[in-house]
Design a protein around this ligand. Structure first.
Ligand SMILES: NC(=O)c1ccc[n+]([C@@H]2O[C@H](COP(=O)([O-])OP(=O)(O)OC[C@H]3O[C@@H](n4cnc5c(N)ncnc54)[C@H](OP(=O)(O)O)[C@@H]3O)[C@@H](O)[C@H]2O)c1
Length: 322
């Protein structure tokens, strides 16, 4: 990817997209094409076609998606499947029509079966039933992978799907109803500290193990992949294989340990009240990183440092809450 290459980051105002835009700028790529959601509705086929024909981006990162936590996914499955399929269909097709050289499509680890062996390897895709609560979202993301694969097979495109683990970082959503587990916990623990509450209720036993990756590390991985020399990139998107690669932190932590770590960063000294009557979900969810590690990428930010950076961002953005 040449320094002056024309690069479109779809979803550049979001958690993942903003991190990718920062990583590109840090790496000296200044010719970014971006549009806010209000300027370009990616479920609108005509608008996306006009945009790609006009801008003809050489490289595309697809970080635009309708995302949310368990509650949002479970409550609005039709919106999740409709919007995500719409974005993928339009962006991937138009990138092919506009002659985009390489495209990276972001999915998530929920594409793997609910009872997947751990750690989850790329080849476990479509080997078992999905977790029911985010099935609609996962099916849309699997369709995105299949679109990349199908365009590579039929048209010789170089489209790659990456599956990051749970992300957190600057610009995250902290909405208690719809956000992911780490930002939601951070918000709850911060509020408990501010309100002088002696304990914070936590869903489940606190025992499930989860993996978290700082968004800037995920972005560095995406940029690293996009900049791979031709022959190495070619191997990832070769039409004989599903173009899929995991991006994980390589470490897991129990939900209880995560709550304690956040409390340390926030400076909260109360207790946690685990509600074991609430479901824990899968006991373990860890991505296998062998493939991306072999390509020369490792995460750089420890969980403690990343949470401290996220907390600074939270306090800056919600100054009245700090
Ligand atoms: N967050 C995680 O833990 C995580 C983990 C693994 C993978 N990922 C993947 O990363 C990608 C992005 O997630 P995120 O967490 O960065 O989400 P996010 O913070 O909600 O950002 C999504 C971005 O997409 C835009 N967008 C959504 N629908 C759009 C549409 N129809 N047309 C145009 N723009 C649209 C949003 O704009 P508005 O906000 O203005 O609507 C926003 O800029 C997703 O594919 C997700 O699967 C995320």
């Amino acid at each position: 990817m040449e320094p002056g290459a024309r690069i479109y980051v779809a979803g550049h105002t979001g958690l993942a997209g903003s991190a990718i835009a920062r990583a590109l700028q840090r790496a000296g790529h200044a010719n970014l094409v971006v549009r806010r959601h209000a300027e370009l509705e990616l479920t609108d086929a005509r608008a996306v076609s006009d945009f790609f024909q006009r801008e003809r981006p050489e490289y595309v990162f697809v970080a635009a998606a309708k995302v949310g936590g368990i509650l949002a996914n479970d409550s609005f499955p039709a919106d999740f499947i409709h919007d995500n399929l719409g974005v993928e269909l339009n962006v991937i097709r138009e990138a092919w029509r506009a002659g985009t050289k390489r495209l990276i499509f972001l999915g998530s680890s929920c594409i793997y079966p609910r009872d997947c062996p751990q750690p989850m390897k790329e080849e476990y895709l479509l080997t078992g039933p999905l977790e029911p609560t985010n099935r609609a979202y996962a099916v849309a993301k699997i369709a995105g992978i299949e679109l990349c694969y199908s365009y590579n097979r039929q048209y010789g495109t170089r489209f790659l799907a990456v599956m990051p683990t749970n992300l957190y970082g600057p610009g995250d959503s902290y909405d208690l109803e719809s956000s992911h587990v780490l930002p939601a916990l951070l918000h709850k623990i911060h509020a408990a500290k501010q309100g002088g509450e002696p304990r914070v209720p936590i869903w489940g036993s606190g025992r499930p193990l989860r993996e978290f990756l700082y968004s800037d590390d995920m972005a560095a991985a995406c940029v690293h992949l996009m900049r791979l020399p031709e022959e190495r990139f070619e191997r990832l998107v070769h039409p004989t294989q599903v173009p899929l690669i995991n991006i994980g932190a390589g470490k897991e932590i129990s939900m209880g340990e995560l709550a304690s770590l956040i409390a340390e960063v926030v400076g909260y000294r109360g207790e946690f009240a685990y509600d074991a009557s609430k479901p824990d979900g899968m006991p373990r969810k860890l991505l296998d990183n062998a493939r991306i590690n072999a390509l020369g990428w490792q995460p750089a930010t420890t969980l403690r440092d990343g949470i401290a950076l996220a907390y600074q961002d939270f306090q800056r953005r919600f100054a009245d809450a700090a």
